[in-house]
Design a protein. Structure first.
Lengths: 415, 477
């Protein structure tokens, strides 16, 4: 494992795989250090990592954590309900979808917390509004910054890690939007590098030197100067380290062949390699199951459970599981009653998972009450999603939840 | 060198020293007095701006042609593109034989259209519709996606009602938003909801009841097998013929009635006007501007042609505050580079390159399309842009371009002249002095150039082109 000092040095001298900007790098370090002094909540002070898995599209909570004793559940889901004998029981009321057997093994090891009935008042049934609400932690949609953005401010943390926050996907998730320097966003980690001029090393070096100068010279008030500069800086630094990670990491287990598992493996590499990952963000999409839901949803849950289980098995072997927490979320659950297309329409409250040896295993919140639905035939929520955020912020990241969320919410005894 | 010598020596030294030291505060002060004048933009720059926004930029020899038309005629030519022959493009496409049953086949087919069309606005509007009225290969076949793409092209500047009624029966859309699953007694709300939320009014202008009632009105639209393909049909016997109450009106509404009622809502024209203004003019259109274009839409039965023409003729479109106020989408970046270079060859790399840049054509991230704006730029997509530029510039076996047509004949007299000409082509000549100086320095002394200009261009010239495509300014539109 590289020490932080070695890492820092390596990234500054390594010219081969990407451009490096020592001057700007130093400046970013100072800025990050200054931020750290003035702002209270800062994930970088801790040696802990939070991995967020977004289940995009609206996960069917009722078919994830299943009320397998509920007559109403079976009445509302004539073709989609999971038969009681297939459910993996958690207690005498609730059980997991059979595709979540790998996740159940984490439950058996006391490493899975399920928070049921998570939602908020006057829920939006629009994907985009609901996603914005969750990501800004503001049901009024008045805030534009993401709930995690304050925690990830600064290109590098106070120790000099440009990969302290990494989002996998095509665009920056709104939850991480928009610190002055956008954190690295990776679509394909292998291609997260600046390609060389195939004609010669000297041409590559010359143009990269010029490139560095051109971005340094592009200063405010020129349009988008701060964003362009920060993006180039972040790319230059992070891409060098990323390629080091990719070439050096040997996982302890074999991961499933899914892009979610690939992403979690990369996070494991960053955690175990000492690259200072504090927030990792990854999306598993496809949960908008309006039609022919059964097989598709089962596959998605299997992808989720298997990947998370492999991730923890790997981290366990490397001795880093204790400091890593995974949290899932989805913009809403789905309608209690299935539709005529063997699917489900947009719903409301749903369970979410918090995983890791650091969590107190158990079921929190309230199981869904299928006898007491809202006027659209949707579930009523039991736990405000911001209570979950507050719990994770305070209990895991040791940040001040009120400073981040703008108001105080009751916390759950998860830690 | 001549240009250099005209500058005060003190200033040149200062630039070199500052860049070396990276003293950003001092540089900012320097920059402030040397940046592009904000008072007005010259005509040539404005025409390049127009063709970048209403198209994908200009090949080196095109600017004079457009400029000689004058602004109003140039806008007329852009919007009345059906009068412009497109034979060269059709001949080129015939040569390529793209397989339109594969994802990459349809991507390449469209990219070639965008890069070599003589009707830039036709393709630009097709891109606009693809980003607004989204569908995806995630649920539809390549053949269905290309049929939708052709529909957008054929109706690119048609009335919005025609476009919405057509897209409601489009096979790819019917799959993407589950219209094909919407049955009497069991409405599927997906399309009805997104039609109002994302395509016409935005949230807050309808209720959950309106969503359900609209879904009922869309019943009866089905997919039918027709040879190897599916086509859509409206089957009255499968339509919910009961009375519906939608947005305050009651009747036995069908799909087209829903569209008509939505177009009567006061929220619809401003919604669409805002989308168009953000696409063509500024990320933050003023309420007055929105009102103005919304009024045009309302007065013209939602003529997109009238609205776009109005937009391109707006004084605000030509103001310095609009210049470089947008961030290029990946398609604008890559197709623009190909067009400006006059590059030809094998573009097989382009679909994957665009995906890495964050714009996988025919596969938007979700039904809301690409969020655009500043979200286009992050470290991953920035690297992908530069890597695509690297491919264009250095993979000589794959992509070819001609420096003589890029720079114009006769060739510039020295490397600085090459920089100046390239600056014209790629950034409208609007380059601050420190940037220009860095590129001069990179170009190096004139002796090597004079010895063999062509050899120099193939070496140093290609590096310079890469740097232009990498410039901060080049990512802006």
């Amino acid at each position: 494992m590289l020490s932080r000092r070695e890492l820092l040095r390596a990234s500054v001298v390594s010219l081969a795989s990407g451009i490096v900007m020592p001057n700007l790098f130093a400046r970013a370090l100072e800025v990050a250090a200054a931020d750290h002094r003035v702002s209270g909540p800062n994930a970088a002070v801790l040696d802990r990592t939070l991995i967020i898995i977004q289940l995009a599209g609206g996960n069917d909570g009722l078919n994830t954590v299943i009320p397998y004793q509920s007559g109403e559940y079976y009445a509302a889901r004539p073709t989609l309900a999971i038969a009681p004998e297939s459910v993996i029981p958690l207690n005498d009321q609730l059980g997991l979808h059979p595709s979540l057997s790998a996740l159940h093994s984490l439950w058996s090891q006391g490493q899975l917390a399920i928070i049921d009935g998570v939602g908020y008042d006057h829920p939006s049934l629009s994907h985009f509004q609901a996603m914005d609400i969750w990501q800004t932690a503001d049901p009024q949609l008045a805030r534009h910054d993401g709930w995690l953005s304050k925690l990830v401010e600064g290109l590098v943390d106070s120790q000099g890690h440009p990969l302290s926050t990494v989002a996998l996907g095509a665009t920056l998730p709104p939850a991480l939007c928009c610190p002055p320097t956008p954190p690295p966003v990776l679509e394909n980690p292998k291609q997260f590098r600046l390609e060389a001029d195939p004609r010669s090393v000297s041409l590559t070096k010359a143009r990269e030197a010029a490139l560095r100068q051109l971005y340094q010279a592009y200063q405010p008030p020129a349009p988008y100067a701060a964003l362009l500069q920060a993006t180039a800086e972040s790319a230059a630094l992070a891409s060098v380290q990323m390629q080091q990670v990719l070439t050096s990491y040997q996982p302890s287990v074999s991961y499933p062949s899914t892009s979610l598992a690939d992403g979690l493996k990369l996070f494991a590499a960053l955690i175990a390699g000492g690259y200072g990952l504090r927030i990792g963000y990854i999306i598993l999409g496809g949960f908008d199951t309006h039609a022919l839901q059964a097989d598709h949803h089962a596959q998605l849950l299997k992808t989720l459970g298997d990947a998370v289980a492999a991730f923890y098995a790997d981290l366990q072997a490397k001795g880093h599981a204790q400091n890593t927490l995974v949290m899932t979320w989805s913009e809403f659950g789905r309608r209690v009653k299935e539709n005529a297309s063997h699917g489900t329409d947009h719903g409301t409250a749903a369970p979410l998972f918090v995983v890791g040896p650091g969590v107190k295993s158990g079921i929190y919140g309230e199981p869904p009450d299928l006898k007491n639905l809202d006027e659209n035939g949707n579930l009523k929520f039991a736990v405000d999603f911001r209570s979950v955020y507050a719990t994770v912020l305070a209990g895991w990241l040791e940040a001040d939840p009120q400073a981040v969320l703008g108001q105080s919410f009751p916390q759950l005894p998860l830690f | 060198m001549e240009r250099l010598l005209q500058q005060p020596l003190r200033r040149r030294k200062a630039v070199a020293g500052l860049v070396a030291a990276g003293l950003s505060a001092l540089l900012a002060a320097y920059y402030a007095d040397s940046r592009v004048s904000s008072s007005s933009l010259d005509e040539r720059t404005l025409f390049r701006h127009l063709l970048r926004r209403a198209g994908f930029g200009l090949a080196p020899n095109e600017v004079t042609t457009w400029q000689s038309l004058g602004w109003d005629n140039a806008v007329d030519r852009l919007v009345n593109y059906e009068q412009v022959a497109n034979h060269d493009l059709e001949a080129l496409l015939a040569q390529y034989h793209f397989d339109l049953t594969t994802p990459n086949g349809i991507r390449l087919w469209w990219l070639v259209r965008m890069a070599y069309t003589a009707r830039p606005l036709e393709e630009k509007m097709t891109l606009f519709w693809h980003g607004l009225l989204t569908s995806s290969l995630g649920k539809a076949t390549p053949s269905e996606m290309i049929r939708q793409n052709q529909f957008f092209r054929e109706h690119a500047l048609d009335n919005y009602g025609v476009i919405l009624k057509g897209i409601s029966r489009d096979v790819a859309m019917m799959r993407w938003l589950d219209l094909a699953e919407n049955r009497v007694g069991h409405p599927n709300e997906n399309y009805a909801r997104e039609l109002m939320e994302l395509f016409t009014m935005g949230p807050g202008h309808y209720t959950e009841v309106d969503v359900r009632e609209a879904a009922r009105a869309f019943t009866g639209l089905v997919l039918r097998k027709d040879g190897n393909d599916y086509v859509s049909a409206f089957v009255p016997s499968q339509h919910d013929r009961g009375s519906k109450t939608f947005l305050g009106r009651t009747g036995n509404f069908g799909p087209d009635d829903i569209v008509d009622i939505i177009l009567e809502q006061p929220a619809t024209a401003p919604f669409l006007a805002t989308k168009l203004l953000r696409f063509f003019v500024t990320p933050t259109p003023s309420p007055e501007l929105v009102e103005r274009i919304a009024t045009t839409l309302q007065k013209t039965n939602y003529s997109i042609k009238a609205a776009v023409k109005d937009i391109l003729l707006l004084p605000e479109f030509r103001e310095p505050s609009a210049y470089r106020s947008l961030i290029k989408s990946p398609v604008e970046y890559l197709v623009g580079a190909i067009r400006q270079l006059g590059a030809h060859g094998n573009l097989q790399f382009a679909p994957q390159a665009l995906k890495l840049m964050g714009q996988d054509l025919f596969a938007p991230p979700n039904v809301a399309g690409w969020p655009g704006g500043t979200s286009w730029l992050n470290s991953g997509t920035w690297l992908a842009r530069l890597n695509a530029a690297n491919t264009l510039v250095t993979q000589r076996a794959m992509v070819q371009f001609d420096f003589h047509s890029l720079l114009g004949d006769p060739l510039p007299q020295d490397p600085q002249g090459v920089v100046d000409r390239l600056a014209e082509v790629f950034v409208d000549g609007q380059l601050a002095d420190p940037q220009r100086q860095i590129l001069y320095d990179h170009a190096g002394p004139a002796a090597a150039y004079h010895q063999s200009p062509d050899q120099w261009l193939d070496q140093q010239g290609r590096s310079l082109v890469y740097l232009f495509l990498a410039l901060p300014e080049y990512h802006l539109n």
